[in-house]
Design a protein around this ligand. Structure first.
Ligand code: ADP
Ligand code: ZN
Length: 616
């Protein structure tokens, strides 16, 4: 069978996603390749499909042991003979894995790097391996954000399969990491397949933070019953936000390095298995989360870099349906990152790198410029993705008109007002004082200093505190203002660049969040399905929720996560087209032979109302 036919039969898809076919063809012709595709880009199919061709064994090295069993389960749902070998395996299952390898039935074998490096596998499988895929290949690079020393030794192990093609896969698009992967894994004149990093189904928003819990709650409430991740910077923030969500009746749990392993495991497990809607976490959470219907990711604090932001927000919407990514920015977070880095005793070089990262993420968050285009630009990719596409992504706060960019003239005037107040305060006061000065708020200190008599006093009274605070942050990340510390007390100072701007030298950009329009929330997931030609009725939403509950109970019994059985996209299409026969089920994208055999009758009964469905 041809790859296209296998795609249809096993996975129920009609066409390949970008670069999948190229990667598969490289693998089948024995050529090495490097595949860079964003999360949700369909990387696993690139090595799973060659395994389904019946030409030999495909080896997958992955650092995510926690995820391996789920990946094996998902491959088996597509009808592949898949197994995994890692240190957490019990004796019984291990014997079975070896038996399958020995009698040659295994098509796809996941191994941890440690396991591969122990070296006892070669004798059994070496002649049969046609492809060695290295997943999360950025772990090989210490420029990446998840360096794993054991990945550095992988070439040794890969060299023992000289005839097998190598495929390195990652979602990380920076050229330096890509180059590192090529050399470290000794790829032999590889085909380089780099996809566009944009995630068109993600709606990015970045707003100034005013009231953390309140703002987070607004997002969470708009996504009632859906899966979401809230990232915060410190354990304290995580605990506080988690308590706030609990109090609001949200099904949620905290997750950070200070919790014991058992609590963490349970939180993660409950989230993946849809027993829990929301996880509030430090960045310790995420590696190993493959739940495909995460409908939103909130950053309650500013992440450490654009790469971190891309990675963390990218955990939303793996199923390709719309998802919301909202970032609440404050310049104070950048200072906290610096402070945390100080404790890590980073080298001077790493500290310089951190400064650049903080400046970049700060600019991303405050510049009133299309977020999709900023992200693409950061990864040196053109935007719009298609040159002929119309202006504006329609999927970020700026393009949706929720954040307004001030005109050049307006921005310069406003910036000059803020800067002159900071200048007049001579760098002897904190941000709060300068805010009060600009808003014309009298207090004893202000009168004692005679600052209430200055021209700048009350200069931005009309704008209001949130706007003034946000502008100060915006000017900090553009290096017109800086926060310096004097006896632990943070002081706001104008920089040389700021003084120049006051004399009309240089350019500045400022934005202003618009008050939200009253109007009711659209169920975007269904909107997208409608765009794809599916016709939705209220009753279908009901059926969708019921099918979701059915999937959960089936998954529970099988001990696998619901997304492994099928994605929400499949349930949505089922709820809308209401198939009556196995053939009609097979026509749904993402089903495939095996799933229809296994669950077809159950779904058909549920759709026809012949099944008592569990309460959703
Ligand atoms: P990645 O590992 O790159 O994040 P996955 O391998 O998890 O992505 O795939 C993301 C989603 O895309 C999965 O739901 C998968 O079933 C789906 N998918 C993969 N290939 C195709 C395809 N050719 N057509 C439609 N959907 C696909
Ligand atoms: Zn946009």
């Amino acid at each position: 069978m041809k790859p296209e036919e296998i795609l249809k039969k096993r996975w129920g898809y009609d066409t390949f996603k970008p670069l999948q076919k190229e990667a598969i063809e490289a693998a089948l012709s024995g050529r090495d390749c490097l595949v860079v595709l964003p999360t949700g880009g369909g990387k696993s199919l690139c090595y799973q499909l060659p395994a389904a061709m019946g030409k030999g064994l495909v080896l997958v090295v992955s650092p995510l042991i926690a995820l391996m069993d789920d990946q094996v389960a998902a491959a088996r749902e597509a009808g592949l003979a898949a197994d995994a070998l890692h240190s957490n395996l019990k004796a019984g299952p291990k014997k079975e894995v070896y038996a399958n390898l020995n009698n040659g039935t295994t098509e796809l074998l996941y191994v941890s790097p440690e396991r591969l490096l122990t070296g006892d596998l070669y004798g059994t499988i070496a002649p049969r391996v046609i492809l060695a895929a290295v997943d999360e290949a950025h772990c090989v690079s210490h420029w990446g954000h998840e360096f794993r020393p054991e990945y550095r030794r992988l070439t040794e192990a890969l060299d023992l399969f000289p005839k097998a093609a190598r495929m390195a896969l990652t979602a990380t698009a920076t050229p330096i990491v890509q180059e590192d992967i090529r050399t470290q894994l000794a790829l032999r004149s590889p085909e380089i397949l780099i996809g566009h990093p944009d995630r068109p189904n993600l709606v990015y928003r970045a707003f100034p933070r005013r009231d953390q819990l309140k703002q987070v709650l607004e997002v969470v409430r708009a996504h009632k019953g859906e899966g979401g991740i809230v990232y915060a910077q410190t354990r304290k923030d995580v605990e506080r936000l988690a308590a706030g969500l609990k109090k609001d009746g949200v099904s949620s749990a905290p997750y950070h390095a200070g919790l014991n392993a058992e609590d963490r495991r349970k939180a993660q497990d409950d989230f993946v298995n849809e027993r829990l809607d929301v996880i509030v976490a430090t960045i310790a959470f995420g590696m190993g989360i493959d739940r495909s219907n995460v409908r939103y990711v909130v950053h309650a604090n500013t992440p450490r870099s654009v790469e971190h932001y891309q990675q963390e927000s990218g955990r939303a919407g793996r199923d390709g349906l719309p998802a919301d990514c909202t970032l609440f920015f404050s310049a104070a977070d950048l200072a906290t990152h610096r402070w945390m880095a100080k404790k890590e005793m980073l080298s001077a070089e790493r500290l310089r790198a951190l400064e650049k990262q903080l400046r970049d993420i700060g600019r991303f968050a405050v510049a009133p410029v299309c977020r999709h285009s900023q992200l693409a630009g950061h990864f040196s990719a053109p935007y719009p993705v298609e040159p002929q596409a119309e202006e504006g992504c329609g999927a970020c706060d700026v393009c949706l008109g929720e954040t307004r960019g001030l005109s050049d003239e307006e921005a310069r005037l406003t910036a000059k007002k803020v800067l002159s107040a900071a200048w007049r305060a001579e760098g002897r006061y904190g941000t709060g004082y300068v805010v009060n000065l600009l808003l014309g708020r009298i207090n004893d200190r202000m009168t004692a200093n005679g600052h209430d008599q200055m021209k700048v006093f009350g200069l931005l009274k009309e704008a209001g505190e949130p706007a003034v605070r946000s502008w100060i942050d915006q000017l900090i990340v553009q290096d017109y203002l800086e926060v310096t510390e004097d006896n632990e007390y943070p002081l706001l100072r104008i920089t040389a660049g700021g003084r120049a701007l006051c004399q009309d030298k240089g350019t500045v950009r400022l934005g202003l969040p618009m008050p939200p329009k009253a109007g009711k929330k659209k169920a975007k997931v269904f909107k997208k399905a409608e765009k794809a030609g599916l016709d939705f009725q209220e009753a279908d939403r009901d059926l969708f929720e019921k099918l979701r509950a059915l999937r959960r109970s089936v998954a529970d019994k099988a001990g696998i996560p619901p997304y492994v059985i099928c994605h929400d996209t499949v349930l949505i299409e089922m709820a809308s087209t209401k198939p009556q026969t196995p053939e009609a089920l097979l026509a749904i994208k993402g089903m495939g032979d095996k799933r229809v055999q296994k669950y077809g009758q159950l779904f058909l009964d549920a759709i026809a109302g012949r099944l008592e469905l569990p309460q959703s």
